[in-house]
Ligand binder design. Structure first.
Ligand SMILES: [Zn+2]
Length: 214
């Protein structure tokens, strides 16, 4: 399947049958795993938000709008701010008719199709669906913009450092084995460790990519 139209989130086996008003809470471990420990809407990883307690289960189609309570496919793992902002919002029939709706990361690709992330960390809608999704969920709220900008900046520093490492490796290779070369070797080793540390820190923060691709 084309990566561009690949849903970001893939559900694996469903939890055992859930019943009652709060039975859906048993789906938590399944949701965390299937959603890659990220918010379905803003894409932020649990580690960036203070862990599991900053997240909760959202009913994609709200219960008050007729959404099923215990159907695993209607349950989404989200951060608490996104859950509070979304609350019981749902497009009207007229909005749906015009294509204004939430993007569904379990059934379609959201990032890159309904909206794109600018190099300033802004989500820019590309479709009516993207417009409704980004504005209703307030996905350009200050914290998220700041968070995305910081990530973009770190990725660019990482690429610069990686380039520098490659250049230094070429220089060291043809140098005589003197004291200066020894220092360059130590510098290379230090640089490599720093690059790997930054790379693993950023690995949990790659948004809009299918979870199974990570
Ligand atoms: Zn969120």
């Amino acid at each position: 399947m084309n990566q561009r139209t690949f849903p970001r989130i893939h559900r694996r086996e469903s939890p055992p049958v859930m019943r009652g008003r709060t039975g859906y809470r048993n789906a938590e471990p399944y949701l965390r795993r299937d959603f890659g420990y990220r918010c379905a809407y803003c894409g932020v990883h649990e580690q960036m938000k203070g862990g599991r307690q900053a997240f909760c289960i959202d009913h994609f189609k709200p219960r008050s709008r007729g959404g099923p309570v215990n159907d695993y496919t209607n349950l989404y793992w989200v951060c608490i701010p996104c859950n509070m902002i979304k609350h019981d919002k749902w497009p009207t029939r007229e909005q749906l008719h015009r294509g204004y709706r939430f993007a569904d990361p379990c059934r379609e690709q959201d990032g890159g199709v309904h909206f794109v992330e600018s190099d300033r960390g802004l989500l820019q809608p590309l479709t009516p669906c993207g417009e409704y999704h980004v504005s209703t969920l307030r996905l350009n709220r200050a914290w998220l913009q700041q968070h995305r900008r910081a990530r973009i900046h770190k990725w660019s520093r990482l690429n610069e450092a990686d380039q520098l490492r490659k250049e230094l490796e070429c220089v060291v290779e043809v140098r005589p084995a003197d004291d200066a070369t020894q220092i360059m070797h130590r510098l290379l080793s230090f640089l490599s460790q720093e690059i790997e540390a930054l790379r693993s820190e950023l690995a949990v923060d790659i948004p809009w990519i299918p979870t199974q691709a990570l």
